[in-house]
Design a binder for this molecule. Sequence first.
Ligand code: HEM
Length: 408
Amino acid sequence: MGDGERFPRSAMQIDLDCFFVSEEFGFILEQPATDLPDYYRVWMGLASNLTPLIQTHQLRDLVNEMPVLSPHHLKSHRELRLAHLALGFITMGYVWQEGQNLPAQTLPKSLALPYWLVSKRLGLPPILTYADSVLVNWRLKDPTGDMEIGNLETLFSFPGGESCKGFFLVSLLVERAASSGIQGAFSVMNSVVTCDIISIQKGLYKVGQSLRKMKEIFELMHRYVDPTAFHGTLRIFFSGWRDNPMLPGGLLYEGVVEEPMMLSGGSAAQSSSIQCFDALLGICHDDHAASFLKRMREYMLPSHRQLIETLSGCPPLRDFILSCSSPSLCINYDSCVSALVSLRSYHLSAVTRYITVPGHRARTMRCPLNGVGSALDETGTGGSSPLPFLKSIRDATQRALISQTRLT
Ligand code: HEM
């Protein structure tokens, strides 16, 4: 049977625009809105002043006094995204204002109800996600200038000063570096359908280049984010209310549902980019990792989630390459897998630097007035030690290498 018969040409060609993914910006929202209609000035006022309001312990009182606003004046997708971002920041600040010992157990109706309604319109959960804090939380200082770190500003920020901004902005630039790889992934998948080997090679080259660029940009984290500020101050504000010993019973959204909700905190595990590359390359994770990563898709925009699912449903690239007996195609494929392994290995070193080492230091030098406390010392947003888990994900990536398969 020829390749053309095994991978039918009639399969649908994929178009990035259908998934609200831009060629230049990937999953990042281009030109995010920076302000909402005047009716919502109370939300924008709180979200823009979060750090002083948390530090002076005023945020909860102000939220409790807030009127219950209707989200009906939010018209465009950009306005909805900005509202979700602002309400997400206010929610995290509200819950964690007093640190780990006194998390809020209930979100008042003035915040919970509009947040729930905005979330439903977007298809996102009512908690701060990566799709908010990274993909929408930016503006150019000089709109005519380039998208580089010196010309970027976050819209909202948590305590943690420059390290907080650095964390969001470096993540944004890593995501930007993924955009050409996403284009490449789509061109590969479309070319598999037509068995166009040259275009597959070109697409894979783009994917590999993009993964290497992502790692290079990730290295900026060391320059812009201080591990002590990240671990001791910033991280608690990403914590969710699922599998979290600080909020074991979840969070009650007053005026929305009777039962508390269990939702995971924000994490780049919610980035659609890496999951697209996994889907393209046919990386097989173990059951635990696969179900975690699948669950993280619930924290992505529906169109982005659908894009990953579409890629996963395409004719398997790895099988196609194995069936082609083209050494250069195998090299192109392996080069992408190696770049993804290298990115994941680098990520592991970042987790050691930003979570494991400061967590260990905090445990040995425990000061009751310092930091967010023991519950977060060495855990990921899912509440367990992330290193063995992340290693298993990296090792599964490595096992996809065709050269390695042939040696074993
Ligand atoms: C200081 C920087 C970072 C730290 C401390 C960190 C920490 C973590 C932790 C603890 C997890 C485990 C899951 C969880 O707890 O939510 C995780 C997962 C993940 N992170 Fe990060 N992260 C950082 C930056 C990034 C960046 C910039 C990216 C973008 C490429 C990224 C991509 C991922 C992905 C894709 C996962 C899911 C596992 C995988 O697919 O490999 N992280 N991260």
